[in-house]
Structure formats: structure tokens, C-alpha cells
Design a protein around this ligand. Sequence first.
Ligand code: ZN
Length: 76
Amino acid sequence: MKKLFCSIFGHHFSVSKKVTSHIKEYSCLHCGKQVTTDVSGNLSTLTPELREINRTLEHIYQKRHASHSHPQHQVA
Ligand SMILES: [Zn+2]
């Protein structure tokens, strides 16, 4: 029934993980489907490959921002 709900009303994605300022992972509150922002800014199903890419991006992102003591809000 939960998946039927999603197929009728669409998934209700909530951010599950912030990877970078532009890329986030989401999971559906109703069925648990996981998606992520891909490099072109669209939502893609979170595959093990994309999850791996996100871990790499997250690592690079945190490294790059580690020296900033005052996190600044970036306008996309
Ligand atoms: Zn769903």
C-alpha cells in the first residue's frame, strides 16, 4: 500500500544526508526509496556506484572546507 501511495502521489523525499552544498541524498518517507542529486543536478536512484561517488565527493568537499572556520552560505 505504501508503494501504491507513492505511485499515485509521488515520493515524499526528505534529505537523509548532505554530501556537498549542491549534492544531497534523500529517502522517501513512505517507501524508503533512496535517491541522490547527480552531477547534472537531477535526482537519480541511489545505486552503490552513486553512493561511492558521493562518499568521494563528500571527502573532497570536507577537505576543501576544513580550513574555513566560518562556514559561509553559498548561493548555488
Ligand atoms: Zn516513496
